[in-house]
Design a protein around this ligand. Structure first.
Ligand SMILES: [Fe+2]
Length: 428
């Protein structure tokens, strides 16, 4: 019998509870009781974690104030040649984010950017655009900033490129993917996760996106899979929690919602298609993976009302706000300046935001391509991706806009290479 077996069982809801406030009260009481069984109260556990994290926040702020780069940066050639040092790997795991310089040749990335423009213009996209299909990224009137375009040859070439597979494998290997005789994912084979593109023009004003997380909402506390994944935290044993352990993550049920990602991603990511200066409305992270543990435990503290989860609710992004987490926000750190062909990555549980910008200098163009290693969860989702690919429709996680269904020049099955076929689950 393990220590866990003697603890009070947790209530679970594998689908969204009908009475959310009641479920929140129930699960919070059970989690608090379970943590108290460790001999320490939730408030004591969180206070210890907070003091460690405050030191990390101070280190990030001091690094930035010295004018040093907070984000780890690696050259693609060093990743491909296996020349990344132990110190660089440790830095990557401490900060949880990475810029890969020269992931693709600059010329190739700039050609992709032009190809995307040709692709949408040849299909009269701007004349037929109906406005944002969701309100998460919606902005700037009728001119899209996020293009709901998934199947351009440029995007698919990047997704199935051996250079993309090399970096995804490198990133997946930062995680523990086997435990107790179970392989939770295959680090050397990615699942195709088609996402949109962003083309933010020169002169744009953009309100940005507030600090948030993407791995889930109330399901993070309420489904059996996530409760198992975060078992150490929910026993009050913060020191035993490893942000890089995928155990149970790839089997956890999630509650549906317009901001849900159905795939397990080790890292979220995008590839730059234009120059971007780091003061022009770019991505920021709180580059401390352990902050996630704090965000999961903080709502259980005694100063939070019983039916309140520090602003987390279903069907909207997990917010990180001054109301509950003000001391964390100074750690928000922008990416370095990037060039076309560089790629940007951040741990899937890390807090991130997009800064606002007024009269943006230069373009802000990216293709969203994450690292989503093959696992049972991603295998289920990719079955729907295959159908969307064949029909040219929007993938299941995105609004059903389906602009490309009758675009003749989209990427086709005949254009897939071995990586693309494997990523779609078409081989074996
Ligand atoms: Fe996000």
């Amino acid at each position: 019998m393990t220590a866990t077996d003697t603890l009070p069982a947790l209530p679970t809801w594998e689908t969204t509870p009908e009475d959310l406030p009641a479920a929140i009260r129930t699960v919070k009481a059970a989690l608090r009781e379970r943590i108290a069984a460790s001999g320490r109260s939730v408030d004591e556990v969180v206070a210890e974690l907070e003091s460690r994290l405050r030191a990390e926040v101070a280190d990030v702020v001091a690094t930035r104030e010295r004018g040093e780069e907070v984000w780890p940066v690696l050259d693609y050639d060093d990743i491909a040649a296996g020349r990344v040092t132990d110190d660089q790997l440790a830095h990557l795991k401490r900060r949880g984010c990475l810029v890969v310089r020269g992931h693709f040749d600059r010329d190739r990335a700039e050609q992709w950017d032009r190809d995307i423009v040709d692709y949408v213009e040849s299909n009269d996209f701007f004349a037929t655009y109906r406005g944002p299909g969701d309100d998460f990224f919606g902005s700037v009137g009728s001119t899209p900033e996020i293009y709901p375009v998934y199947w351009s040859p440029a995007q698919m070439e990047a997704r199935q490129s051996p250079r993309m597979a090399t970096v995804q494998s490198f990133l997946n290997h930062r995680w523990t993917f086997e435990s107790d005789g179970t392989q939770w994912f295959d680090p050397d084979r990615d699942t195709l996760y088609p996402d949109r593109i962003r083309r933010r023009p020169e002169g744009a004003d953009s309100g940005g996106l507030g600090a948030h997380l993407d791995p889930g909402t109330l399901d993070l506390w309420m489904t059996s899979g996530y409760q198992a994944a975060f078992d150490a935290l929910f026993r009050g044993d913060v020191g035993d929690h490893d942000p890089w352990d995928a155990s149970h993550r790839t089997a956890a049920a999630q509650y549906p919602g317009s901001t849900m990602c159905s795939a397990f991603r080790t890292f979220q990511g995008w590839t730059a298609l234009s120059e971007m200066r780091n003061d022009q409305g770019v991505l920021h992270t709180i580059p401390i993976p352990e902050v996630f543990a704090y965000l999961l435990l903080r709502p259980l503290c005694s100063d939070v009302p019983d039916d309140e989860m520090c602003g987390v609710w279903t069907n909207q992004a997990f917010p990180v706000t001054a109301e509950w987490h003000e001391w964390l926000l100074p750690a928000q750190s922008p990416i370095p300046d990037v060039a076309p062909g560089d790629s940007v990555w951040w741990h899937c549980d890390m807090v991130h935001a997009v800064a606002p910008v007024t009269d943006q200098q230069g373009w802000g163009n990216v293709m969203y391509i994450p690292a989503a290693p093959w696992c049972a969860k991603n295998d289920r989702y990719v079955a729907t991706v295959r159908e969307a690919f064949a029909a040219g429709t929007s993938p299941g996680d995105f609004p059903k806009e389906d602009y490309e269904a009758d675009w003749a020049n989209r990427f086709t099955a005949a254009d897939l290479n071995d990586i693309g076929r494997a990523g779609l689950g078409l081989d074996g």
